[in-house]
Design a protein around this ligand. Sequence first.
Ligand SMILES: NC(=O)c1ccc[n+]([C@@H]2O[C@H](COP(=O)([O-])OP(=O)(O)OC[C@H]3O[C@@H](n4cnc5c(N)ncnc54)[C@H](OP(=O)(O)O)[C@@H]3O)[C@@H](O)[C@H]2O)c1
Length: 337
Amino acid sequence: MERRTLGAAALEVGAVGLGCMPMNWAYTASQRRGDRSVRTVHAALDAGSTLLDTADMYGPFTNELLIGRALKQRRRDAFVSTKVGLLVGDQHVVANGRPGYVKRACDASLRRLQTDVIDLYQLHRADPEVPVEETWGAMAELVSAGKVRALGMCAMGVRPQGARGTRRVSGHLYEGTIRQLERLQQVFPVSAVQAELSVWSPQALERLLPWCEARGVGFLAAMPLGNGFLTGTLTPGQGFEPDDIRARHPRFTAEMMAANQPVVAGLRRIARRHGPGWTPAQVALAWVLGRGRNVVAVPGSKREEWAVENASAARLGLSPRDVWEVAGLPEARGSWD
Ligand SMILES: NC(=O)c1ccc[n+]([C@@H]2O[C@H](COP(=O)([O-])OP(=O)(O)OC[C@H]3O[C@@H](n4cnc5c(N)ncnc54)[C@H](OP(=O)(O)O)[C@@H]3O)[C@@H](O)[C@H]2O)c1
């Protein structure tokens, strides 16, 4: 698989990674596959993906434990990317960016992952009660201590009020994030930013991705398949279990899923033009990869066959006509977050 380089530390990864979140978190619990997901990790590694994206919060903790088991014999094939700074409380997810906590959380992640170094340690969310420089300074000390190779920042849930959902208000999109990233850069280099980027959520293209590109910062495209919608395997009105994030997502009501079918139809048309076997999911991922040489797509899956299908999207070169057609697809209906 094509390799891409992340940030000043020049860490190399396969262009398509594996998002491990659906194995233990955010999607319907009854569909989880337990240790069968270990085989999914191995299938992704065999297909050339190296970056495995997890977080201590996923599970909580069980996703890191699973990755640790999966990598017992294969640590050298993988690039482990995990996150710190969000805790699952009784009612809510809460941020904790206190330096002492961050250092203890890193040791716990290392134990669960059964490794002595985390390749990319990402701040999941900044803690509003702790100056972000203090949190980032503690993370930088983990690099000095050899426990972490590079640092990343997640840019989700930090959009300014009023910036919801449309490209029209995009002048303000990610402004707060970029200010925060500038502050982090004063303390220690940001090697990667992780944010949502997909055919139906292209907002990061306007300010955030160019900011990363100009500074040689890697960009991890989260939710590149639109939480599964862009794969064309979901049916409008199918419904989601209450524990599935899509049960509360404005784009996954029966009405919005029906309204957004032209987006999937457009991806399917392009896939067909490339010949038998290509899928809308692969077109969606190829489009993400085409947005910049610093972009790594992180599609989430718990299934071996989909991890392999997604990895092969790195071989699908989109033509200028394909890209033009994607640009002409209708803007997604339903609020973005
Ligand atoms: N930093 C953050 O705050 C943050 C937030 C969200 C996500 N992320 C990261 O980004 C990754 C990707 O996001 P995501 O997993 O939420 O969304 P996604 O990649 O857009 O979509 C995942 C969904 O698509 C399905 N899927 C995957 N490949 C498919 C294929 N080829 N054909 C049909 N369906 C397919 C998966 O099903 P199965 O699960 O059944 O395989 C899953 O339901 C996560 O795993 C996580 O690592 C980070």
